[in-house]
Design a protein around this ligand. Structure first.
Ligand SMILES: O=C(O)c1cc(=O)[nH]c(=O)n1[C@@H]1O[C@H](COP(=O)(O)O)[C@@H](O)[C@H]1O
Length: 243
């Protein structure tokens, strides 16, 4: 798989912008810097593959966050296409099951061809906006949230995935059970003193690293800040303090 842990595990910036212009304006604030960015559904559905290629040409690492969740054959075929974008990381929902996750890995391998490493692939466990109460009432899952997350992580590992998306709260447990090389990519990150919002299970960058996150994903605290560049520096500093 692509080496996503190079360049000192920089925080991944979620480019959750409505279109290319806004994303480009944001990236202009970081001249010459090679960032690790996440392109999600909103931006990808607007800009498509061309913008991903531009980001790669500019030297950025790209996590394409489309959270695939469909029957194995459909996911296999979609991953085969995505592998050609030369992205660094993609994801699926673990709830799609082991056969779907295996198909996703095979799709990436077949799409990458020989001589090129496939993108890293991680599985979303329970979203960081999900609470235990919601799991009970809406998913009818009557188990502790941590158990569900760990179960999905081990399922993903057995299916050949490289890691999971989870809250930092579960990162240490997953490292213990699935091994430290199994990636724990953690959104729901809020720097010290930041206001709360729709994210339920939030952690500071420093705490996330201490607990066992391999990589953190940060969106609005940086992209919606009055001074995005200094907000990024603050996140980076807090992340480094957690080492
Ligand atoms: O897969 C993800 O990236 C993801 C999974 C999850 O459980 N929670 C979660 O917040 N995310 C993404 O991480 C980013 C977090 O953004 P902020 O809440 O603005 O920091 C968003 O782009 C979400 O789509």
């Amino acid at each position: 798989m692509a080496n996503v842990l190079s360049k000192e595990n920089r925080p991944i910036i979620a480019l959750d912008f409505p279109g290319k212009d806004e994303a480009v304006d944001f990236l202009r604030l970081f001249p010459g810097e090679e960032l690790f960015v996440k392109v999600g559904m909103e931006l990808y559905y607007q800009t498509g593959a061309d913008f991903i290629k531009e980001l790669k040409r500019a030297g950025h690492s790209v996590f394409l966050d489309l959270k695939l969740h469909d029957i194995p054959n459909t996911v296999y075929r979609a991953m085969k296409v995505l592998a050609k974008l030369d992205i660094d990381m993609v994801n699926v929902h673990a709830a799609g099951g082991s056969k779907m996750m295996e198909a996703a890995v095979h799709g990436l391998e077949d799409g990458s061809g020989t001589g090129r490493s496939r993108p890293a692939i991680i599985a979303v466990t329970q979203l960081t906006s999900t609470s235990e109460e919601q799991m009970k009432t809406e998913q009818l899952v009557d188990r502790p949230l941590q158990k569900s997350v760990l179960h999905y992580a081990l399922l993903a590992k057995r299916a050949g995935l490289d890691g999971v998306v989870c809250s930092a709260h579960e990162a240490g447990l997953i490292a213990d059970e699935a091994g430290s090389s199994f990636l724990r990519v953690t959104p729901g990150i809020r720097p010290e003193g930041h206001a709360t919002d729709d994210q339920k299970r939030v952690v500071t960058p420093k705490e996330a690293r201490k607990i066992g996150a391999s990589l953190i994903v940060v969106g609005r605290p940086i992209t919606r800040a009055d001074q995005p560049r200094s907000a990024y520096q603050k996140v980076l500093k807090e992340w480094e303090m957690g080492r």
